[in-house]
Design a protein around this ligand. Structure first.
Ligand code: HEM
Ligand SMILES: [Ca+2]
Length: 280
């Protein structure tokens, strides 16, 4: 497992962010049960084909498949896809410089995966802070935990359509940053693959630069900048700006909680043979 995640991240450095987001999207829709990994069939449009999940990069799925293949060879039928995804996300956080946290094991994989169950369960950058706080709150995550988990945006990137309107950039951006974004995303309607790092200062390093960017207007998504403009979330942002260690502790404990979110045990799930399809 460790070898698979390490090698994959070395050859494809986008893997860590891809896997972390994949894991979040899995856990917030029906719990951490690998429902997001299932492929659609002619009879079932699966979660991964919901509009918001279409941008999940292949590297996240790929690292799970590789680990599953290696584990099935060594001890068939023992380790679930949802356990693999949880451990892969943790390993990759550590590999990019973030905190270690223990991950409980024994998750079973879901019997269902439906695109129709996704809408409303995942936050969007266009949502108000009230809406975002409510989505996390309805799953038992506090405002502080939501702010800490958002620190995941210290790595990875976003496609231009997530933060660009037709031409005008939001005045809460640093003007030079807005200009750079306009350049980078100039052609985004013609080329939907155009994207920008979430954390301009240290895009591949798991650190607290993401928070340091916010008061400077260097937060990429409107939901990122919103964390600094709303007083309910700003107090936590200010703490994590000052104290990376406090951020790491908060992130680690919130991730541990996320990893346990809605897990299925016993007969409520199965250990899939292949992560992209149910056993029958
Ligand atoms: C607070 C509300 C959140 C909103 C509105 C949000 C929204 C987004 C959006 C729109 C993207 C860009 C996707 C793309 O264009 O490909 C993104 C990327 C990302 N998100 Fe979030 N997110 C939130 C919370 C989280 C949380 C809690 C995590 C994990 C714990 C997370 C992890 C990531 C990562 C790692 C990326 C980069 C993905 C990559 O590089 O492939 N996000 N997020
Ligand atoms: Ca960073």
């Amino acid at each position: 497992m460790q070898e698979t995640t390490t090698n994959k991240q070395i050859t494809s450095p986008t893997t860590a962010a891809a896997t972390l987001r994949l894991f979040f999207h899995d856990c917030f829709v029906g719990g951490c049960d690998a429902s997001v990994l299932v492929s659609s069939t002619p009879f079932n449009k699966a979660e991964r084909d919901a509009e918001i999940n279409l941008s999940l990069p292949g590297d996240g799925f790929d690292v799970v498949v590789r680990a599953k293949t290696a584990l099935e060879l060594a001890c068939p039928g023992v380790v679930s896809c949802s356990d693999i995804l949880a451990v892969a996300a943790r390993n990759l956080v550590v590999q990019t410089g973030g905190p270690f946290y223990p991950v409980n094991l024994g998750r079973k994989d879901s019997f269902i995966s439906k695109a129709s169950l996704v809408e409303g369960n995942l936050p969007r950058p266009t949502m108000t802070m009230d809406q975002i706080i409510n989505i996390f709150g309805s799953r038992g995550f506090s405002v502080q935990e939501m702010v800490a988990l958002s620190g995941a945006h210290t790595i990875g990137f976003s496609h231009c359509k997530e933060f660009s309107k037709t031409s005008q950039y939001d005045p809460s951006y640093n003007p030079r940053f807005a200009r750079a974004l306009r350049n980078a995303c100039n052609n985004f309607q013609k080329d939907p693959t155009l994207s920008v790092f979430n954390d301009v200062m240290s895009p591949n390093k798991f650190d607290n630069k993401y928070y340091q960017n916010l008061p400077k207007g260097l937060g990429l998504l409107s939901s990122d900048r919103g964390l600094f403009s709303d007083p309910r979330t700003r107090i936590h942002v200010e703490e994590y700006i000052r104290d990376q260690d406090a951020f790491f502790k908060a992130f680690a404990s919130a991730m541990q909680k996320l990893s346990d979110h809605g897990v299925k045990i016993g007969r409520r799930g199965e250990i899939r043979h292949r992560c992209d399809s149910f056993n029958n």
